[in-house]
Design a protein around this ligand. Structure first.
Ligand code: ATP
Ligand code: MG
Ligand code: MG
Length: 345
């Protein structure tokens, strides 16, 4: 629901017969007279944009919302219809207007990024608090864009190059510190699209295949000292609410749970917490799964995930990650509502 700005002028009282007729001020639309400042509703409606309500993270968030006495509403992103009307953007779900939403939590899978971002953007246009917003989701989903922003701010990332020059692959390898080299699709997830090349010939074959298919890739330094492990820190607001170290299965360098990796709880040092929170803030993410490699000199950022699944993290740590996320989402919604309800002078 678009948050209404409330005028500081007094609300009109019932007309008295003796009062002289006053010209009626034109209103921007045929909406009812100005309301009193909007009081945050006690029971909030929390929309989760998700393709399936049976997904673990979606189910857990629904539970957490109910436990807190609020109303969860799971909407399939692809069934949301955006109506563009001047000054009054609306959202339809199966033909019905969606109103009275207090906060939206998008869980946008990689396969529907384009449509998903449009839906998230539309909710933002309607004045509904959204975490994460469309801009931050979009820039974190592009691994190159995210790394550009992180290293511009001085955060440590593995040496990375992006190029399209087939004649120069040897030079690219030198730039990232020699073989083996990691090759990454810009928008891969769950370890799909992350490869390793041990020889120049192998690398040449892989990059040529991708370039011929019209796919861009980045080449990255292989951080050998991480030994098939990485750290996933879940940042919510300005805190790390849970962290695990993931260990790749034998013969695999990717530690993703989806690739057979195992998660173990880990107590992060302040340096890792600081880097994870700074990285999320830099990309504007309220909720972020921050992946870091354990370099010799400390954390090396790999990527930030804007719709992080947390089944592995809850199971590894036994922590209530869904609860921490919902507490933040509800506080975020209340802070936004209070800001919108402030009278304009
Ligand atoms: N430069 C690197 N050096 C060593 N290992 C790496 C490097 N980059 C990635 N890896 C390994 O590959 C895994 C997948 O990489 P990355 O996190 O970039 O991909 P993803 O497909 O987006 O994963 P996610 O499912 O976490 O979104 C990492 O968790 C890590 O174990
Ligand atoms: Mg990822
Ligand atoms: Mg990752």
């Amino acid at each position: 629901m678009p948050a209404k700005k409330v005028s500081s002028k007094k609300a009109p009282t019932r007309a008295r017969p003796e009062a002289p007729a006053r010209p009626v001020e034109p209103r921007p639309s045929d909406t009812p007279p100005p309301e009193a400042p909007r009081r945050p509703r006690l029971k909030k409606t929390v929309v989760i944009l998700s393709r399936k309500r049976s997904l673990y993270s979606t189910r857990r968030m629904v539970e957490a919302i109910k436990q807190r006495g609020h109303r969860p509403l799971v909407l399939d992103t692809l069934r949301c219809t955006m109506v563009l009307a001047p000054g009054q953007p609306r959202m339809l779900y199966r033909g019905v207007d969606i109103k009275g939403v207090d906060v939206v939590i998008p869980r946008i899978g990689a396969s529907i990024t384009g449509y998903g971002l449009a839906v998230v953007n539309h909710f933002e246009m309607m004045g509904v608090p959204v975490l994460n917003g469309a801009g931050p989701i979009s820039q974190s989903r592009d691994k190159l864009r995210a790394l550009q922003l992180l290293c511009r701010s001085g955060l440590d990332v593995p040496r990375t190059v992006m190029a399209h020059d087939r004649s120069n692959v040897r030079k690219l390898v030198e730039e990232v510190g020699g073989l083996p080299v990691i090759i990454k699709l810009l928008r891969g997830t769950q370890g799909v699209g992350v490869m390793i090349a041990h020889s120049l010939q192998e690398l040449q074959t892989i990059v040529n295949t991708f370039w011929d298919l019209g796919q861009e890739v980045v080449l990255q330094e292989f951080v050998a000292e991480s030994k098939g492990r990485d750290v996933r820190a879940l940042v919510v607001g300005d805190k790390v609410v849970g962290a695990m170290r993931r260990r790749a299965k034998k013969g695999e360098f990717r530690s993703n749970i989806h690739r057979g990796g195992e998660g173990h709880p880990v107590e992060l040092s302040p340096a890792y917490i600081d880097v994870a929170v700074r990285a999320a803030r830099l990309l504007g993410l309220e909720i972020a799964g921050v992946d870091m490699l354990e370099g010799r000199a400390g954390p090396r950022l790999m990527e930030l995930n804007s719709s992080p699944g947390f089944e592995g993290l809850e199971k590894a740590t036994g922590q209530d990650i869904a609860g921490a996320m919902m507490d933040h989402a509800l506080a975020f919604a209340s802070a936004r509502t209070a800001a919108y309800s402030r009278p304009t002078l």
